[in-house]
Unconditional design. Sequence first.
Lengths: 342, 398
Amino acid sequence: MLATLFSLSAALPASVSTDNSWINFDVTSLLQNFWPATFDGLTFGAIYALIALGYTLVYGVLNLINFAHSEVFIMGCYGVVFTLTSLGFGPNAPNLSIWAIIFNLILAMLVGMVFSVVTAFVVERVAYRPLRRRGASRLAFLITALGASFSIQYLIFLVRGSNAEPAVTMFIPTPIFQVFGAIIDSQQLTIVIAAIVMMVATDQYIRRTRVGRGIRAVAQDPDTATLMGVNKDRIIVTTFVIGGILAGAAALFYVMKVPSGVIYNGGFVLGIKAFAAAVLGGIGNVRGALLGGLLIGVIGNYGQLLLGDSQWTDVVAFIVLVLVLLIRPSGLLGQTLGRSRA
Amino acid sequence: MSEQTPVRTTRAVQLTESREALGGRRQFLGGWRRRWNRMARWQQWLFLIIVLAAVYYLPVANPWLITTEPGNDFPIACFQMAVYALVAVGLNVVVGFAGLLDLGYIAFFAIGSYTAAFFTSPDSSLIHIPYLWTLPLALGIAMLFGVALGLPTLRLRGDYLAIVTLGFGEIIRILATIIPAARGQVGFKEVGHPPGTASDGQPIFSVSNGVPWYWLAVTVIIIVLLLVGNLERSRVGRAWIAIREDEDAAEIMGVPTFKFKLWAFAIGAGVGGLSGALFAGQVGFVNNQKFDVATSMLFVAAVVLGGSGNKVGAILGGAIVAYIPLRFTAIADYKYLIFGIILIVLMIFRPQGLVAAKAHLLTYSRLAVDKVSEFRAARVTSEQEKAAAAEAAKGGAE
């Protein structure tokens, strides 16, 4: 009885409280919901980590914050939603066999990936390559990235309007097992496992393959790599494409987790948080992106529980980012893709 | 004296021209700069006074073709252009002079607006002060926030600053929504205005009458321009430009880069706060809806479009960014798309913007420019003089 009371008070936004204290530390609610919040945070964190990989790879190779990556991701979300709605999915999950669900998921993911990859490719071609040819300054790259991000965002706005896409639900999560009294359902398990598998695959790809060696070489020293016969432009495009593939996968998981969250500017804040995750783990570091993503997801959830409003998630994530940058400017695991930078 | 000065400058200009012809970038509006440099000091003042008179007269004249009516009230449109120009002047200090990409500039604008609202609106329970006092107050408070944000982040590389400021802009907007004292979407009504009543009993600075507000904003811009211009030509300005061009080199040459970056950041923040307070006064209403990060992008677009590192360019860019959606209301919905594309195209084809920053003798005074040019001209034109000078130097040494 008491527990329900507490969780209720946590569900209410802080602005409803009549007294003037706008920060109230609801420790009880945090302790009550600690494990569910942790696992939920890990699920979100896996999505952040997948997006963060795109930032981290491009940053490692080009030394550029690719602001347009959040739009690469949101385009993937639109791809997923279009596929699912044209397959006949709606707000209510249909009753399908497990194989049908898996087939639909993979199909949606592939379409999402295609959307994301095409966006990433176009952005690289239209916005970044001409600048590289002209040897533009770093500031010019950042401003172009920003311009690309807003152009895509408001292009979507013009086509799809200011409302979020109608929700699509693929399946109803079924509880699978319990850890510390928290129920873990099939959805959380799918997302976390799939994300980790994709990240391990990316990590191995960069470590073991020929192209991966090329990526690392360009990240370390673009000029020397070119002299050694690495095609720099092709490597850069490959990096964007890998980032796009991962963003497309993240898009599917995001639509699974937040069915009605696909909106033209929805990628923006998510993208900032994913970038924060990349910096947290050490930008340019593939494993750091995983660690940073999971941490940002979990910490954001704790902050929301502690402070009592979902809006606090973003604020807490940024404050954590600034604190980490203060103490460890190169992130938790350091920067390894390219040379270490101060 | 009035005979000598034009001669000197003409020589200087000839040199500049030959330099530009040799390898410099071609400059759009370059002819204007050349003409300007060729003028004598009194001619420049006269020209400035005429321009200023025209600027002050603009909303009253309401010229055909330029006017934003019937879609938008022209004096109020002028005021908005002036506010954007002021914002661009402030952001130009951060982005253009010091080379720090601040993507959350809207946060300082919001802080200024809320400062004006907190201290003048009847909806606020704080002490109330006259509106005009909130202008310096907003400047000070925004500067404090700028220092608070800059202290932890300016030691890092520039890219991180971009992302942290972006986050800061978002945080301020969220806080305005969450904190009950900021009243969220309900907001503050009847934000104060400067004193004075017209003959019909209405206040001079009313919400519906943009002309006095515009004059106030232009006056503020002029004051800020004088102050920023002085800074630009001083040691501080040289330090900023050194940091922008190469931070490591500047540090090695003994420029305390962190200190000057923080100064640029704080001054930029202060001007942002000032413009926010002006804006809040004219609109008379402040809530959490106007301070989204997208507007921050427009501010950056204004600076980059006008010419980052150039005050005149910043004003022009700010005015254009505000003017286009107001004048061409049919495309107002597309403004973010348009300015987003403009950012990309500009960076590819004309990274210096409409009015380029001065490329040489960046921050020296006019006198120094003349002296150096004179010296160069003497060296180029007369071999004999040079030889004689060398002779004389030899003799002097012996």
